[in-house]
Ligand binder design. Structure first.
Ligand SMILES: Nc1ncnc2c1ncn2[C@@H]1O[C@H](COP(=O)(O)OP(=O)(O)O)[C@@H](O)[C@H]1O
Ligand SMILES: [Mg+2]
Length: 164
């Protein structure tokens, strides 16, 4: 699902950059690693909306995801399907760390390691449902465009194509 891009800075060069300079290559090298993401028994709830309370609902929490498990693997194009309102976007937002409110339970791992949001945000890209998508580009082109926008302007067009 996600491809990692190690950050480079003048003070901390990545292993790939150092290796590239040893090999006599110049410029920035983008090392892409593929990772899997697994999620186990994800429960996501929010405080009960006032509108529902005023209609007589007595529970304090509204559970939107009830024990959802699965995995996204590199090279496997995965479709998440369900009727409108099933919770597809909610699940993707929870996995991507885009939920700012609510209560998340369960385990999320990245290639077997517990997900750390700070690291995950650096190595992954997420095109949201609410992003403005052009009907004239393919899904692949949309992802490519999003990924390229995240690269530094120092990265030349040839290097940008690495990892496609
Ligand atoms: N913050 C929230 N408070 C209350 N209900 C919510 C909240 N976020 C999502 N929902 C509800 O959760 C359900 C799942 O929504 P969503 O994930 O957008 O579905 P999908 O993407 O599958 O169409 C919907 O019924 C939606 O109204
Ligand atoms: Mg949706």
């Amino acid at each position: 699902m996600c491809r990692s891009r190690r950050r480079s800075s003048s003070s901390a060069r990545s292993g790939a950059e150092i290796e590239a300079s040893r090999n006599g290559k110049r410029g920035m090298v983008l090392p892409f690693d593929q990772h899997s993401i697994t999620f186990d028994d994800i429960i996501y709830s929010v405080d009960m909306p006032q509108e529902m309370k005023s209609q007589g609902v007595i529970e304090d929490k509204l559970v939107l995801l009830k024990g959802v498990s699965g995995a996204f693997r590199p090279g496997v194009h995965t479709a998440l399907m369900g009727v409108s309102g099933a919770g597809k976007t909610t699940l993707m937002d929870v996995l991507a760390g885009r939920k700012t409110g609510g209560y998340i339970e369960g385990n999320i791992t990245i290639s077997g390691f517990p997900k750390n949001q700070e690291t995950f945000a650096r190595i992954s890209g997420y095109c949201e449902q609410n992003d403005i998508h052009s009907p004239h580009v393919t899904v692949y082109e949309s992802l490519l465009y999003s990924a390229w926008l995240r690269l530094s302007s120092e990265v030349d067009s040839e290097t940008r194509k690495v990892g496609i």
